[in-house]
Design a protein around this ligand. Structure first.
Ligand SMILES: Cc1ncc(COP(=O)(O)O)c(C=O)c1O
Length: 455
């Protein structure tokens, strides 16, 4: 190779650089997407993704539903459809929403390419550069690239065991008002939050809806996990509490059927829905007719409820395996959430451990997680990690958490060696801070054990 010629990568960058739109400068990929290539290696136990267990879906059911679509609706399945989705699929959505107690009109539904597109469309319709979005801290790592691509100023509100702290939200809204900045929307995942694993309590849900109504603010309620409840009583959605005036609801078939069908939906107040519709038409023309008909045929009867019940049992066992493994392998000073549903545990280590650095070490032991910084836009979350329990077997979860525990202990030992002093004296116990960024004020290892003994 000619040493004077720039490498092809450098040449390509040079050749295209002047062509890129300025908005590409703020485009980023999410940390989960970055990790996907690595975690696809078979030797890696990935606790990083948010993959539902699609192996549990019976192939014969898929074959039967596909065959039905082919024999009954072949031409429609292969054709373009309306931008807002086929009426029968919008009706399917309202039936699925009814299962979580929410009432929606099919005319208020927009079918999208996954819940992810709802986030993008809402940003596209509402966000100009510098506009404020209020979100939980930590927030869904996959929303971060959308927020940054639209150059939003994201203000993150702490969470505790009961979800987003509404007192802090109100203080923040007051401050923003004094600065003359009205948030375009409040983004929340109230049920089995990704990545926090916590659920917003009923009083906070009610107050959040009141706040939105009092201040005339839109809320984007992202609810992929509501039906994946392992224990406890279901809580009403914000959408239901509000009646759909200030709350935009984002749903998806990804976690109750399959992310491969790439179907989600939005329910929004009509004027907002119209803008979302225009944005969707411009980027995708219409959602896939084939997968819409597949989904509608599959959800026709009540059989889907049995499949979701099966997922709930499977994920509950995996959640339990993860909590036990954390208990066994994590050092003092670590804490983690105890989700009642969904797919994720959020764990926080002593604050001198950086989970982005730790990930490199973990990958060399063939295990992966999502470092906490990916869930913040302000650099917080450095000693936290998101752990997924839906996409791995119980055995893999035990082994994966044991490997993470080993690298954490390695880091602690290194820290002790560098800073000196007896190990005991150097332990960092989590303080009862109110911020999930650093640590949730959640039961620590010993607290949990003590509580069990007391029961
Ligand atoms: C909170 C949240 N929103 C949206 C999505 C996007 O899901 P999909 O586009 O597959 O519906 C996910 C996926 O994990 C998620 O956790």
């Amino acid at each position: 190779m000619d040493a004077r010629r720039p490498s092809s990568a450098a040449r390509d960058i040079e050749r295209y650089a002047s062509l890129f739109a300025s908005r590409t400068r703020v485009m980023t990929s999410s940390v989960m997407r970055d990790l996907m290539a690595i975690t696809e290696r078979p030797e890696v136990i990935s606790l990083a993704g948010g993959l539902p267990d699609t192996t549990s879906f019976p192939p014969e059911t898929m074959a039967a539903v596909m065959a039905r679509v082919a024999s009954e609706s072949s031409a429609r399945a292969l054709q373009y459809g309306p931008t807002n989705g086929l009426l029968q699929t919008r009706e399917t959505v309202t039936r699925v929403m009814a299962a979580s107690g929410a009432t929606a009109d099919p005319d208020d539904v927009l079918i999208t390419t996954g819940g992810q597109q709802v986030i993008d469309l809402v940003c596209k319709a509402l966000i100009d550069r510098g506009d404020v979005i209020v979100a939980e801290g930590p927030t869904y790592p996959g929303a971060v690239p959308a927020f940054t691509a639209y150059e939003a100023d994201v203000v993150q509100i702490s969470m505790d065991d009961d979800g987003m702290r509404i007192d802090e939200l109100e203080e923040t809204l007051d401050r923003l008002e004094r600065e003359g900045r009205r948030p375009k929307f409040i983004y929340t995942i109230p049920t089995f939050q990704n990545p926090g694993g916590v659920t917003m309590s009923l009083p906070r849900r009610k107050r959040l809806v009141e706040v939105a109504r009092e201040r005339e603010l839109l809320v984007l309620e992202d609810d992929p996990y509501g039906l994946l409840r392992f224990e406890g009583d279901p809580l009403p959605t914000l959408f239901e509490l509000d009646g759909g005036e200030f709350v935009i609801y984002a749903g998806t078939f990804s976690k109750i059927l399959s992310p491969g069908v790439r179907l989600g939906w939005a329910v929004a107040p009509r004027p907002v829905l119209e803008k979302l519709n225009l944005g969707a038409a411009e980027s995708t023309l219409c959602p896939s007719s084939l997968t819409q008909l597949f989904v509608s045929a599959y959800f026709e009867g009540d059989g889907w409820r049995g499949y979701v019940d099966g997922l709930v049992d499977l994920y509950r066992r995996r959640r339990d395996a993860m909590l036990e493994a954390l208990e066994r392998n994590m050092p003092d000073g670590a804490s983690w959430t105890h989700p009642q549903g969904g797919l994720f545990v959020w764990a926080t280590l002593p604050d001198y451990i950086d989970t982005t650095d730790l990930l490199a070490l973990a990958l060399s032991h063939n295990v992966a997680f999502v470092p906490g910084r990916g869930a913040y836009l302000d650099g917080r979350g450095g000693s936290s990690m998101r752990l997924n329990f839906s996409g791995s077997t119980e055995e893999e979860i035990r082994e994966g958490v044991a490997r993470i525990g080993a690298v954490v202990r390695e880091q602690i030992d290194l820290y002790q060696a560098l800073t000196g002093g007896p190990r005991e004296a150097r332990r960092t116990e989590p303080q009862p801070r109110t911020d999930l960024a650093d640590v949730l004020a959640l039961p620590r290892r010993r607290d949990a054990a003590a509580r069990r003994d007391a029961q």
